[in-house]
Design a protein around this ligand. Structure first.
Ligand code: ATP
Length: 232
């Protein structure tokens, strides 16, 4: 039933001012599932995440968390219900240093050390302000604090942006672990290959609509290519 979906977007229309970007997007993610949201630059992937988190206004349709309609709830209330958009919404405190972020979210020194061992950049950048880290670095911080206390929903918007292959692998492994802990994971990727590897299901966003949805094994390359080229 609908109540079982960790996150559900139902015919969501959203955008910026008079410009509608999402033209009726429906997407559901279950507990312990990774859905990769793929699509061309500007297709609306980030807007989809922002609409789920309440960072852009939904003009029509519904957003549900665990079956509960949260369409009219502000971002912090959705966060309290277990929705994290990394790093913008409950992912990190951008005005605090990396160390302070770790201290606030991870109680024991051992947990903080484990986070730094797993994501070495967090040790190297301990005294920098989190909001000034690169996108991929902020994603690592958001993951590090989410893993010991897995949220119901974790939306990762381009989590590997600008990361070297080793850090990319670490992030993908972190997302897989979150999934295994029961979190519903939405992985937004412009690089299709990375997203496909981890995904249980794929959603192709095309000009503000879900153009195709299904398991990665059923996604044919022509379909994917057309989606990225904006052909239908
Ligand atoms: P990208 O990977 O480039 O972020 P995307 O698929 O995530 O692509 P969105 O960022 O959701 O796409 O952008 C979708 C459309 O919304 C684009 O046309 C973009 O110009 C527009 N847009 C995004 N953010 C804003 C904003 N804050 N104000 C106005 N328009 C915006």
């Amino acid at each position: 039933t609908d109540g079982d979906r960790a996150l559900e977007l139902h015919r969501v229309r959203a955008g910026y001012g008079d410009v509608e970007v999402l033209h009726g997007v429906s997407l559901a993610v279950d507990e312990g599932e990774v859905v990769a949201v793929l699509g061309a630059n500007g297709a609306g992937k980030s807007t989809l995440c922002a609409a789920a988190a309440g960072l852009v206004a939904v003009t029509e349709g519904e957003v549900r968390l665990g079956g509960v309609d949260v369409t009219d709830l502000p971002t912090h209330r959705r966060a309290r219900q277990g929705l994290v958009l990394a790093p913008e919404a409950r992912g990190i405190f951008p005005g605090l240093t990396v160390e302070d972020n770790l201290t606030i979210r991870l109680r024991s020194g051992a947990a903080r050390q484990a986070a730094k061992d797993r994501f070495p950049i967090l040790g190297e950048r301990a005294h920098q302000v989190a909001g000034l880290l690169s996108g991929g670095e902020q994603q690592q911080l958001a993951l590090a604090v989410a893993l010991p206390d897995p949220p119901a929903v974790f939306l990762a918007d381009e989590p590997t942006l600008g990361l070297a292959p080793l850090a990319t692998r670490t992030v993908m492994e972190g997302l897989a672990e979150l999934r295994d802990l029961g979190t519903a994971v939405v992985l937004v990727e412009e690089q299709a290959a990375a997203g496909l590897e981890l995904a249980d299901r794929v959603a192709l966003v095309e000009l503000g609509r879900i153009g195709w949805e299904g398991p990665p094994a059923e996604l044919d390359l022509d379909r994917l290519t057309a989606s990225y080229l904006g052909e239908d």
